[in-house]
Design a protein around this ligand. Structure first.
Ligand code: ADP
Ligand code: SF4
Ligand code: MG
Length: 339
């Protein structure tokens, strides 16, 4: 059996802070992404999604301590040199960030920067071939009249077109894996849908594995095959997206689902999550979700729940067995108090 495209095991990231205890941003994260699979990573702001992805790509500063294992096509990436990781990024992992302007150089034409991204990783290709390939890539991401668009500067592109250009650049060296961190958050809703369609098409047509990071569970509905829900630096639930949506076992996932407008009616009896996530230096003991959880019992305040399989998904909640599937369990949503 060949190794998975991306295999993350027990990943932890700690930031050292002057005059105070170390800050653990991410802990015990496992993630497996197969070729051609879309894996959604969902959680509120500050849950550790970006730190996890930066660790995978070797982009964290030297102040961050990364432990665990990140294997790309079976090859360990943790502890490799900057030089090695630069080759991995761009050639084997393409990445797309929330704000396309941070990825584009305002002083170079879009065609030139894509062409350059190709030539950095392929020393033998001629300038002319790389330029032609840049136009092909703009066509791949459905930019109209790509020959003309290639000669324009980023400021001449709309927000949606810029994000398409960034995706073209991420695809320049035919990476096996694309990591998209909130790729649609800065865009308006219709454009968001178009960018999601594009990423979905690249996955289906090119067979790339795609990690899609988002704070919006709605974005992964109907798109992701697997989803990991993160809270406070840990994965609290994961499974196939259809299973997680049909029968979420963690109160946090249930709360996220309740806040989706398209599910509001079906979930009328679920309440959205009160409060906000704890700051990184002040995460509560036990289950870090307990201050916001309507179902918290004494045990939740002292004992951290492990991620474990329950039915078709895995969840880290002491009371996970007590929640029913969403379609049928609403009338008796609140489980009975535990002794
Ligand atoms: N360089 C850093 N030093 C200290 N803390 C950091 C650093 N980068 C991120 N963090 C903290 O790590 C936590 C997770 O951040 P992040 O992964 O960016 O969250 P998100 O899920 O919104 O992407 C946050 O509490 C953030 O403040
Ligand atoms: S372990 Fe307790 S506090 Fe945490 S989500 Fe489950 S019920 Fe809520
Ligand atoms: Mg982020």
């Amino acid at each position: 059996m060949s190794a998975p495209l991306l295999e993350v095991r027990d990943l932890a990231v700690t930031f050292s802070a002057r005059h105070r205890a170390e800050l653990q941003a991410v802990c015990g994260v496992d993630l497996v992404v197969e070729a051609g699979q879309l894996h959604g990573i969902v959680g509120e702001s500050g849950s550790g999604k970006s730190v996890t992805m930066m660790a995978v790509m070797g982009l964290l500063s030297s102040g961050a301590r990364v432990t665990g294992s990140v294997k790309l096509q079976g090859e360990e990436l943790i502890g490799r040199s900057q030089r090695f990781m630069r080759r991995v990024r761009g050639a084997r992992i393409g990445y797309i960030f929330q704000d396309p302007m941070t990825a584009l150089n305002p002083l170079l034409t879009v065609g030139n920067q894509i062409s350059e991204a190709i030539r950095i990783h392929d020393r033998k290709i001629t300038r002319r071939s790389a330029d032609a390939r840049a136009v092909d890539l703009l066509r791949l991401v459905s930019i109209p009249i790509p020959e003309r668009r290639a000669t324009q500067y980023p400021h001449e592109f709309s927000g949606g077109m810029r994000q398409r250009a960034v995706i073209a650049m991420a695809m320049a060296n035919e990476p096996a894996l694309l990591i998209a961190d909130e790729p649609t958050t800065a865009l308006d809703v219709t454009i968001q849908a178009q960018i999601m369609d594009l990423l979905e098409r690249l996955r289906a047509e090119k067979g790339v594995g795609l990690v899609l990071v988002t704070h919006d569970l709605g974005v992964v509905a109907g798109a992701a095959s697997a989803v990991s829900i993160m809270y406070s630096g840990r994965v609290v639930e994961r499974g196939h997206v259809d299973e997680v949506f049909a029968w979420p076992r963690h109160p946090y996932t249930r709360g996220l689902l309740a806040s989706l407008p398209q599910l509001e009616r079906r979930l009328a009896r679920l309440t959205a999550i009160p409060g906000s996530p704890p700051p990184i230096g002040n995460r509560p003991a036990g289950c870090s979700f307990h201050p916001r959880c309507t179902f918290a019992v004494d045990r939740c305040r002292t004992e951290m729940p492990a991620l474990r399989r329950i039915g078709a998904t895995e969840a880290a909640c002491h009371r996970a067995e007590e929640f029913g599937p969403l379609a049928t369990a609403l009338p008796s949503e609140a489980p009975h108090a535990q002794p």
